[in-house]
Every structure is written in structure tokens, then in C-alpha cells.
Design a protein around this ligand. Structure first.
Ligand code: HEC
Length: 123
């Protein structure tokens, strides 16, 4: 009896950690609109203070045409994988030294995984 309850508890915690790792795109859209949209558009071909983030997941950094990136971002050769985005958004200015993104970052890992899940929908 107790064994079965423990098993159910383990299953429940596995399910919730899988959710946290994947992120929630709807919640991420809210984070994006609140914290990124002043500087970034989600549609192709629209650059604001920052480059369009359409289809950013998996692409090479500094690859939006007609956007004047910093030298530091142009020198960044690591593709925007989920892990690279997570590290960048945690501390933009510390991660790729000297970038022009004047944004302190998203300290909350849940906000980051949600906004990254939303970025994955932009394609
Ligand atoms: C104050 C304006 C500003 C805010 C707020 C901001 N960004 Fe940026 N972002 C920029 C600028 C400017 C760059 C270009 C940086 C460079 O060239 O060094 C950039 C670059 C990026 C890049 C690299 C794009 C590429 O084409 O390589 C990503 C990814 C990114 N931002 C994501 C985000 C996300 C997600 C948020 C919200 C959580 C956010 N940014 C908030 C201004 C901003």
C-alpha cells in the first residue's frame, strides 16, 4: 500500500519536472510581450532595437540581415541551441561579453524555459 503511494509520488514529480524542462509557450508569450517585445519583433524581417527573433532557435548568432550587431555578437559562433539561449538569457551581458543588449536578463529559470518554448513556436 505505502509502496504504491510512493510510486505515485515519484511519477507525479517526474511529470512536473518534465513540464518545467519543456516550458510553456503560452506563459512564455506573456514573458516575451512584457520583457522582450520592446526591443524584439516575433515576425520575420522586422528589426527594432534588437533583431527579429523569428526562427531564432537553432540558428547562428548575428545572422539576421540588415541588423547592426556588435562585434562581440558577430564573434559568437555557438548556435542558439536551447542551452545557449538559456545561458544567454540568464545573464546577457555576462554571457557574450560586451553585447549591446541592454537587458539585465531573466533570473527565473521558469521564465527562461517558458520564453524559450515560445521562441520555438516562431517559425
Ligand atoms: C533593451 C532592448 C532589449 C531587450 C529588452 C531584449 N533584447 Fe535581445 N537583443 C537586443 C539587442 C540590441 C541585441 C543584439 C545584441 C548584439 O548585437 O550584441 C539582442 C540580441 C538578442 C539575441 C541574439 C539574436 C541573434 O540574431 O543572434 C537573442 C536570442 C535575444 N536578444 C533574445 C532576447 C529575449 C528572449 C529577450 C526577452 C527575455 C530579449 N532579448 C530582451 C536588445 C534587447
Amino acid at each position: 500500500m505505502i509502496g504504491r503511494q510512493i510510486f505515485a509520488l515519484i511519477l507525479a514529480s517526474l511529470a512536473s519536472s518534465a513540464l518545467a524542462a519543456e516550458g510553456n509557450p503560452a506563459a512564455g508569450k506573456t514573458v516575451f510581450e512584457r520583457t522582450c517585445a520592446n526591443c524584439h519583433a516575433s515576425v520575420i524581417g522586422v528589426n527594432k532595437v534588437g533583431p527579429s527573433l523569428w526562427n531564432v532557435v537553432g540558428r547562428k548568432p548575428a545572422s539576421v540581415p540588415d541588423f547592426a550587431y556588435s562585434e562581440a555578437m558577430k564573434a559568437n559562433k555557438e548556435a542558439w541551441t536551447l542551452g545557449a539561449l538559456d545561458a544567454y538569457l540568464a545573464d546577457p551581458r555576462g554571457d557574450v561579453h560586451g553585447v549591446k543588449m541592454f537587458f539585465k536578463g531573466l533570473p527565473d529559470p521558469t521564465d527562461r524555459s517558458n520564453v524559450i518554448a515560445y521562441l520555438q513556436t516562431l517559425k
